[in-house]
Ligand binder design. Structure first.
Ligand SMILES: *[C@@H]1O[C@H](CO)[C@@H](O)[C@H](O)[C@H]1NC(C)=O
Ligand SMILES: *[C@@H]1O[C@H](CO)[C@@H](O)[C@H](O)[C@H]1NC(C)=O
Ligand SMILES: *[C@@H]1O[C@H](CO)[C@@H](O)[C@H](O)[C@H]1NC(C)=O
Ligand SMILES: *[C@@H]1O[C@H](CO)[C@@H](O)[C@H](O)[C@H]1NC(C)=O
Length: 460
């Protein structure tokens, strides 16, 4: 990486080419890049998207550990895990210069991002933390990159997914020990973008059947080796919609030529067809698993279509590139915030009527509390008939305490207000949030040296 950076610097000084990797496949003038950066910033500034959630006032039930995946409340989730590609580790999300576009920012990932509190940016884990304060799985890049239960790897194709699942299984066994059989896990899966970007180069290797087989093997591993698990699978975004950004900036076109070549080879219709086949695989396989596990109370898999965008949402009638990262490919922090809220909301929608974010609904759909009529994560069974367990009691709504670390036991909260020292607060909060014993040696080992996406890799 260092050598690439130096090379970039040198080429910037000498030739005005701002991205010029050694193979010189992508040469972009400083002017094009700067225009793109400014345009994107204008979109971001004019979005007025409310980040995070300033007032959390959902009621929280007091429940024993869940006995069935069909009666699973967010407060009963103990671990949030993620499998997938670079979108899930928030590649490029916070990049502010060309030198950072290959960085990952797992701390703000819409699934496991734990560097942000809910009143800064929503992520699935910080929403779950409000109900289940001790939930594990948060990832961070505050001091060093820390992935915890986020097993997504940038550049992954779907056929690499089963390996991620195996690592998850191993880590759960090691970290939870005998508790593994009691704790409830939510596993979020978001994969297939690299397959869609490379489909035209090998229709077998990156085709729907390979995708389907990978999902099937992955679910099989999860179902056999992870007790008490709710699997949330997001269909891949149709990468073809990225070409809408080409009308906003030539940078996007140049960047996509390198990172998602097939959107130049195949047209909208082709992509519609391919994407339908991917989606069909997903439907068939999830049905297959839910039928096979019809009598099981400890496994369920659900398709989460909330972010299955049909086009880039508009802002002033133009594709809203403020939702894209500086590489014009990945998601910006705003998009991670939207994704988290939409996926969260979808968890409580019956499987047959889940909503999909569209051009007009981005930003307008707000965070929802688990609905009182059925506050469980919806599965194929409770989507038909949602029966509450006996003894369902609610805690009173607490006053907002989100300036205090979310993992802090509530009995400590008054003490902190008394102390009133921001420095002490931050210090203690940091140690609460990331006790060093919680760091997964295995995960660090597996990722170091970390596999970096570089411009020759698949960008997703
Ligand atoms: C939560 O707070 C918002 C804003 O103050 C309010 O509109 C909403 O009704 C409240 N919800 C509940 C369940 O109290
Ligand atoms: C596509 O990938 C498969 C599996 O790796 C390989 O056997 C086949 O030769 C590839 N086809 C082309 C045209 O590269
Ligand atoms: C699953 O089991 C229920 C009864 O528990 C039954 O009514 C339903 O038809 C079964 N579904 C499938 C797909 O087998
Ligand atoms: C967009 O989504 C919103 C909220 O889910 C929905 O009310 C609206 O009908 C959708 N619009 C279109 C054009 O699908």
């Amino acid at each position: 990486m260092r050598s690439i950076l130096i090379f970039l610097l040198v080429s910037l000084l000498e030739t005005h080419a701002i991205i010029s990797p050694p193979n010189a496949l992508l040469e972009i003038s400083a002017e094009i890049f700067n225009n793109w950066r400014d345009t994107r910033k204008k979109f971001m500034d004019s979005m007025k998207h409310p980040m995070g959630l300033p007032h959390f006032n959902c009621s929280r039930p007091i429940l024993d550990s869940a006995t069935s995946v069909h009666q699973l409340h967010p407060s009963q989730i103990d671990v949030i895990a993620a499998l997938g590609d670079s979108v899930t580790v928030a590649q490029a999300a916070k990049s502010s210069s060309i030198f950072e576009i290959l960085e990952q920012y797992p701390g703000i990932s819409f699934v496991t991002g734990d560097d942000v509190t809910l009143n800064e940016q929503s992520t699935l884990i910080n929403m779950f933390q409000k109900f289940s304060p001790r939930v594990k799985g948060g990832s961070s890049d505050r001091i060093r990159k820390f992935y915890d239960f986020n097993f997504a790897v940038p550049g992954s194709f779907s056929y690499e997914l089963p390996d991620q699942a195996k690592k998850l299984v191993k880590t759960l066994k090691r970290r939870l020990g005998t508790d593994n059989s009691k704790k409830w896990k939510l596993v979020n899966i978001f994969i297939g973008h690299n397959d869609l970007c490379q489909f035209c180069n090998n229709e077998t290797l990156h085709g729907p059947e390979t995708f389907g087989n990978a999902i099937r093997s992955t679910l099989f591993i999860i179902q056999s080796d992870i007790p008490n698990v709710f699997v949330n699978i997001m269909p891949p975004i149709n990468v073809q919609i990225h070409s809408q950004a080409h009308q906003v900036s030539p940078f996007c076109e140049l960047s996509h030529k390198k990172t998602c070549p097939c959107i130049f080879e195949l047209d909208k219709k082709d992509y519609k067809k391919i994407k339908e086949k991917f989606d069909e695989q997903l439907r068939e396989i999830t049905n297959e698993f839910n039928e096979k596990n019809n009598d099981s109370n400890d496994f369920a898999v659900v398709i989460a279509p909330a972010m299955d965008l049909k086009s880039i949402p508009l802002l002033d009638n133009k594709p809203n590139v403020g939702l894209l990262a500086l590489d014009c490919f990945h998601l910006s922090p705003i998009a991670h915030d939207v994704a988290a809220k939409q996926i969260w909301k979808g968890l409580f929608e019956p499987i047959q009527s889940k909503t999909i974010t569209n051009q007009t609904s981005v930003g307008f759909d707000r965070f929802v509390c688990p609905p009182t009529e059925c506050s469980f994560l919806r599965t194929s069974k409770n989507s038909v008939d949602c029966e509450p367990p006996k003894n369902f009691r609610f805690l009173p709504i607490l006053p907002e305490s989100s300036t205090v670390g979310m993992n802090m036991p509530s009995f400590l909260v008054p003490a902190f207000f008394l102390m009133g020292s921001v420095l002490i607060l931050l210090f203690v909060r940091a140690s609460f949030r990331r006790p060093s014993s919680e760091f997964s040696d295995e995960r660090q080992y597996l990722l170091l040296p970390m596999r970096r996406a570089d411009l020759n890799d698949n960008i997703f």
